[in-house]
Design a protein around this ligand. Structure first.
Ligand SMILES: Cc1cc2nc3c(=O)[nH]c(=O)nc-3n(C[C@H](O)[C@H](O)[C@H](O)COP(=O)(O)OP(=O)(O)OC[C@H]3O[C@@H](n4cnc5c(N)ncnc54)[C@H](O)[C@@H]3O)c2cc1C
Length: 441
């Protein structure tokens, strides 16, 4: 049962670590199936992902690997993403800042005045938090009409409590001409880096880990790590079986790993306790009417809609819904800072259906064929102001006791699927390199 390398978690990062290791390994996963967040669920012939998952990457290695794994099963899609403004009962194209056209003139004026003010201001100080970053980049109008309300809805905390380390290219920053053109005309040019994305034709997003898993051996399912003994180089599973390792790769959320180890220094324990994340529930609905929307996804920034984003799996692949029907996944974010306002599965589903009807997505006469809820406890890492410091403290400790953290929650970063795959590869590469160096000595 003992292995040179043990990998905890069979999500994309754990599978990728196994796929790229040159050494013997075994993967242990607490669930009865592989895939982690990148799984799909079939309900009465409707396929829903664990939250909408679209594929795009700028990393050439990840791109090649994904294409190899999903060869013959990938479709390229041109993004159809919009924002719904319930107050005016209208849609604008995503991203808001590049497509103000259609909004009331007073809103467009607010936004443009803010942008001009930003352009006029020289010598901007380094922003103290995400909110200041938004004001500095886009001005008051864009900040207050959309960015701050939407951010607080998804992140569940004030934008003043967040940093902006995570932004990279996630928030498009169009130049002034693009903003002006998008305000004065119904410009259709897409802005942002996921203008085109890929999605599997068959099997939902789970077909990616399924294919990756075929190149990986020694996966043990229903094996939950219940204790780690770094001094003994042992992991205990399901509170009974102990397994020895030379090296331990963990894709588990950092607070979970720290909790599995006894005698963790107080500062590390505190850092783990201070890490912030949100949780998401997906209310998945199947309807007896085709084409309820032409879009891939829609954003809802207004507080009186229970969800912050809804997406239409059937528009990513028609194979995810039976002929003549439609499907919609509605994401609702919550955390200890903003608990769910509606309690109980039945009430949450009903409120979701009511809000979809209010937004004109569903009609009163529609027959709901399926309604289900999927819960993601660890959904997005929240970049609070101490994020980097806390993560460094925990990583220094884990590496010091011979644990290699990787993946979205092992690195504790805003990782997409490609990043998680590459993070697993980095952990494997490091071990491969260390082995090579040891051989040369
Ligand atoms: C709402 C949402 C939308 C997303 N949309 C996209 C998107 O559109 N495009 C994109 O590229 N990415 C998207 N992502 C990100 C993507 O899902 C992740 O980057 C990726 O799936 C993370 O893989 P991972 O292996 O790092 O983590 P995980 O998938 O979380 O894997 C960790 C594994 O560890 C297992 N585990 C936990 N505890 C234990 C234990 N004690 N013992 C053993 N096993 C354990 C878990 O069951 C899990 O299988 C989205 C994520 C979310 C939350």
């Amino acid at each position: 049962m003992d292995h040179k390398n043990i990998i905890l978690g069979a999500g994309l990062a754990g599978l990728s670590a196994g796929y790229h290791l040159n050494d013997s390994y075994a993967i242990y996963e607490k669930q009865p199936e592989i895939g982690g967040l990148c799984r799909s669920e079939e309900v009465d012939s409707f396929i829903f992902d664990y939250a909408p998952h679209i594929l795009y990457t700028v990393d050439p290695y990840a791109s090649e690997l994904i294409h190899k794994l999903l060869s013959g099963n990938l479709k390229i899609k041109k993004r159809e993403a919009f924002i719904y403004h319930g107050k005016y009962d209208l849609y604008t194209q995503f991203p808001f800042q590049a497509h103000l056209y259609g909004l009331p003139a007073s809103v467009i004026m607010d936004c443009l005045k803010g942008v001009v003010e930003v352009l006029r201001t020289r010598d901007k100080p380094t922003p103290k938090h995400y909110e200041e970053w938004i004001y500095q980049r886009f001005g008051k109008g864009i900040a207050e009409h959309l960015m701050i309300p939407y951010s607080e809805k998804i992140w569940t905390i004030s934008t003043r409590r967040m940093n902006y380390d995570w932004i990279d290219r996630r928030i498009p920053e169009p130049d002034f001409n693009t903003i002006l053109e998008g305000a004065l005309t119904d410009a259709t040019a897409l802005t942002g880096f996921n203008n085109d994305f890929w999605y599997p034709v068959h099997g939902g997003i789970e077909s990616l880990p399924t294919s990756l898993g075929k190149g990986v051996k020694n996966i043990h399912l229903d094996m939950k790590a219940s204790k780690i003994f770094p001094k003994e180089n042992e992991v205990e599973f399901n509170r009974k079986t102990r397994v020895k390792y030379d090296r331990l790769i963990s894709t588990l959320p950092l607070p979970v790993v720290v909790d599995l180890i006894d005698d963790v220094p107080a500062d590390v324990k505190k850092a783990a306790g201070d890490l912030e994340h949100n949780s998401i529930i997906c209310v998945n609905i199947g309807v007896d009417r085709p084409d309820i929307s032409p879009h891939h996804w829609l954003y809802f920034h207004e507080k009186d809609f229970i969800f912050h984003r809804i997406s239409f799996p059937m528009n990513c692949s028609e194979k995810t819904a039976p002929p003549g029907t439609s499907s919609v996944c509605c994401e609702i974010a919550y955390s200890k800072y903003r608990p769910l306002e509606v309690k109980g599965k039945k009430n949450i589903i009903q409120k979701t259906i009511d809000d979809l009807t209010r937004a004109g997505i569903l009609k009163k006469e529609d027959k709901i064929l399926v309604s289900d809820i999927l819960s993601l406890k660890y959904a997005y890492v929240i970049y609070d102001l101490n994020h980097r410091k806390n993560v460094n403290t925990i990583h220094d400790y884990l590496r010091g006791v011979g644990i290699y953290p990787c993946g979205r929650f092992g690195e504790w970063e805003y990782f997409n699927m490609d990043h998680s795959i590459m993070s697993g590869k980095r952990a494997a590469d490091k071990i491969n390199e260390e082995n090579l160096t040891a051989l040369k000595k």
